[in-house]
Design a protein around this ligand. Structure first.
Ligand SMILES: [Fe+2]
Ligand SMILES: [Fe+2]
Length: 457
């Protein structure tokens, strides 16, 4: 279902795109038969080139797509003006999946409006900086093409990020910054290529432009590699997390849920893309040290004796030591090491107090506890309801949990009960665990990490 806000946005952007293109057509004719602009054959040539460039998009993890149509569109903005750029952006970005009706019509229209508006704006920018026809060998043309590229990139990214933020209920700022960081430099790096394409077209002729197919192809390959490596990393980490959780049937998918809850708390707190990613990886890997805990302790149905408890409490440090050789995971190490520290200093392994505990570890600690409380465990067969778990969090605010993190958690969908941790498991995987624990809360100050019902084991 498309939300009302999203529908309104679609209508406004599509309407704006149509209006802008119509106004531009009245001011700057799309084609011109003199050397100043593009003739109809030229317009067709650039449209065909754009179709090829846009025909092989790379799917990004954020739900958008990136392609190299940037270069031909900016070249046309310089050679043919705003209307020609708008037309090439409108027709030249048609994709096969649209012709196969795999994209809803309103999605298609929005996507095209989100390229037409930036393309016309890029053409206007060029005209403002270098009025009239494209001058070959002029430094001003290069400056104007670069500025047009920036305008196109910014407008396109903003329109794409707004739509994804509304569609997927994600933070606009996080999406925009993430996209700019991932693709900004390489896309803007295509601006000089666009200028060279325009130069070659005007000085030598259309066929010479085809030489630039190679740099465009390598840029597209680079995008694909970035996405592929990231996907591979995500899948490997997720598989590792599943392997850890699978050792104990009562913690199946525990790390995945913890990661999701922690990320949502981070979003409420307005954390940036980088920190959200640290919470994601940290959540998935926080219990990796349990690999080193013997089955006799990890899978023990009854309560642990002192020695067994000490073995179990080694898992944050073991996890830290296992992963410290992975350079890419260096920011997650403090989260993994300190995810069992308590706000009052009675946690482990280092008994850090309050602000001494890394902030992201405090977030992960709450996510870990909430997941543990609302899922069956050997020590508490009947899970707590969301309301009961919230009561525990409140009771231990300032003792076990950072008050700021509790306040943020209360604003998430998890706390409202809108998202449930479904077991989503095969009935065959269910195990009967004798109920050995109890739900009674220890609210007195001074309780330790080994005695709280809100402590994840
Ligand atoms: Fe843990
Ligand atoms: Fe955990």
């Amino acid at each position: 279902m498309v939300s009302t806000l999203l529908k309104a946005l679609l209508a406004v952007v599509i309407g704006l795109g149509a209006l802008l293109l119509a106004t531009s057509a009245a001011l700057w004719p799309a084609t011109s038969r003199d050397a100043a602009g593009l003739d109809p054959a030229g317009l067709a040539f650039w449209t065909a080139l754009c179709l090829v460039a846009a025909g092989f998009p790379v799917h990004t993890p954020r739900g958008s797509m990136v392609n190299v149509s940037f270069a031909p569109i900016i070249a046309v903005a310089a050679l043919g003006g705003p209307t020609a750029a708008g037309i090439v952006a409108l027709i030249g970005t048609i994709e096969l999946r649209e012709l196969r009706f795999e994209v809803p019509w309103y999605g298609s229209l929005y996507n095209h409006a989100a390229t037409v508006i930036p393309a016309v704006a890029a053409g206007i920018t060029f005209q403002l900086l270098a009025p009239g026809s494209f001058q070959t060998g002029s430094l001003m043309s290069l400056v104007a093409v670069s500025a047009s590229g920036c305008v196109y990139f910014a407008a396109n990214e903003v329109l794409t990020a707004i739509a994804i933020a509304l569609r997927d209920a994600k933070l606009f700022r996080v999406l925009l910054v993430g996209s700019i960081k991932a693709f900004g430099v390489s896309l803007l790096g295509l601006a000089p290529v666009a200028w060279l394409m325009a130069e070659a077209y005007r000085s030598i002729g259309p066929l010479s432009v085809l030489v630039f197919a190679l740099p465009l192809y390598t840029t597209r390959t680079a995008y694909a590699s970035v996405v592929e490596i990231r996907d591979m990393f995500t899948q490997t980490v997720t598989a590792l997390a599943s392997a850890i959780d699978a050792r104990d049937p009562s913690t199946k998918r525990h790390s995945e849920w913890v990661s999701r809850i922690a990320e949502d708390i981070g979003r409420v707190l307005g954390l940036g893309e980088g920190q959200l990613e640290e919470l994601k990886w940290g959540g998935l890997l926080h219990d990796v040290g349990k690999i080193g805990i013997p089955d006799a302790v990890l899978l023990k149905a009854g309560s642990l004796d002192k020695e067994e408890r000490e073995r179990m409490n080694e898992h944050p440090r073991k996890g830290h030591d296992i992963l410290k050789g992975v350079k890419k995971l260096a920011p997650e190490l403090p989260i993994i090491l300190h995810h069992h520290e308590w706000f009052n200093g009675s946690g482990y392994p280092d008994r850090l107090v309050g602000e001494e505990i890394p902030f992201l570890a405090r977030i992960l600690h709450l996510a870990d506890a909430f997941e543990a409380m609302t899922r069956p465990r050997p020590y508490r067969l009947i899970p707590l309801t969301t309301a009961q778990a919230l009561a525990e969090l409140h009771a231990f605010t300032g003792i076990q949990f950072d008050p700021r993190v509790v306040a943020a958690f209360e604003k998430t969908e998890w706390a409202k009960g809108a998202v449930r941790i479904d077991r989503d498991e095969d009935p065959a995987d269910e195990v009967s665990i004798p109920m050995l624990g109890q739900v009674a809360a220890l609210r007195a100050k001074g309780v330790t990490a080994n005695s709280s019902p809100a402590e994840a084991h």
